[in-house]
Design a protein around this ligand. Structure first.
Ligand code: ADP
Ligand code: MG
Length: 283
């Protein structure tokens, strides 16, 4: 059975899509069977996997509205080594169209049940909002991977995100847990980033992944070639970090059966910004 993880953070531009496509490619590289789902109407994860979002006959929109099954809507990203359910602008309409439907938060969850046995990992790239689309991702998932930059405002956003995950766990998806925080676009020369990183570790402990993704221009260049960095330039530091992250995930994660059970309640989020603010004085 697949482990189903959302890559979520309600902030835009924090590295969700970069994490999703590179983790998918990294997992494929180490022999895992991966399905990547693009839940963002911008379709960046689709394009970044070499699939033209404008040419797609069926997308995650059809899956959510139940006019296509996952098996019908998926395509293979040949060069990347994983399957994709793509998205394009049409998906923005799904939000409105689904409001009147029953089980509107559980549409993706229901659809994925049919293919769980075919994959080791299903990764869901979420949009930068806490919308009905993101809710579908959170209801379908066993856990959440949170990419974050080690910056002051990121800590503020983290409190909101943890609250949302807590509510989804309490009301809609008992299995949901925080898999971990991934430090991305990291620049060790910046003192504040180190301080925020320390704060994350102090508060979240082993929920902070050991692997750190550095800021690396090759990761930013890769999407224009329709490839994850991991495939575009395997020797780049950023690409190697994502392969290391894929390995860390494979090694650390218990079998999928462990995720198919209720997870403990999510602890009340603590406001980490006050402590970080003190830290800025000596930068
Ligand atoms: P999101 O999906 O959260 O909006 P993206 O993954 O699209 O964020 O990343 C935002 C921008 O930052 C993109 O231009 C991307 O190429 C760039 N980027 C992401 N991660 C890195 C990194 N580790 N190093 C350099 N640039 C990065
Ligand atoms: Mg994105």
């Amino acid at each position: 059975m697949a482990k189903i993880f959302c890559i979520a953070n309600q902030k835009g531009g924090v590295g969700k899509t970069t994490t999703t496509v590179n983790l998918a490619a990294g997992l494929a590289k180490v022999g895992q069977r991966v399905l990547m789902i693009d839940l963002d109407p911008q379709g960046n994860a689709t394009m970044g996997s070499g699939i033209d979002k404008r040419q797609l006959e069926m997308t995650v929109y059809d899956v959510l509205l139940e006019s296509a099954s996952v098996a019908e809507a998926r395509v293979t990203a040949e060069k990347c080594g994983y399957d994709v359910i793509g998205a394009n602008r049409e998906l923005a309409g799904a939000e409105v169209e689904m409001v009147a439907l029953d089980r509107r938060e559980k549409r993706l969850r229901t659809a994925l049940a049919a293919v769980g046995a075919e994959y080791d990992f299903i990764l869901i790239d979420c949009p930068p909002s806490l919308s009905l689309l993101t809710l579908n991702g959170l209801c379908a998932a066993h856990g959440v991977i949170v990419p974050m930059q080690c910056e002051y405002f990121a800590l503020e956003g983290l409190t909101d995100l943890v609250n949302t995950i807590k509510q989804v766990h309490a009301n809609l998806n008992k299995n949901l847990q925080i898999i971990g925080l991934l430090r991305v676009m990291f620049d060790p020369r910046i003192t504040l980033q180190q301080q925020v990183s320390e704060q994350l570790k102090a508060h979240f402990g082993d929920k902070v992944f050991d692997t750190v993704i550095p800021r690396n221009v090759r990761l930013a260049e890769a999407p224009s070639y329709g490839l994850p960095g991991v495939i575009f330039d395997p020797s780049a530091r950023g690409s190697q970090a994502f392969v290391a992250f894929a390995k860390e995930l494979v090694e650390k994660m218990p079998p999928a059966s462990a995720f198919a059970q209720p997870a403990p309640p999510i602890p009340e989020p603590v406001d980490l910004t006050a402590a970080a603010q003190q830290g800025t004085d000596d930068v």
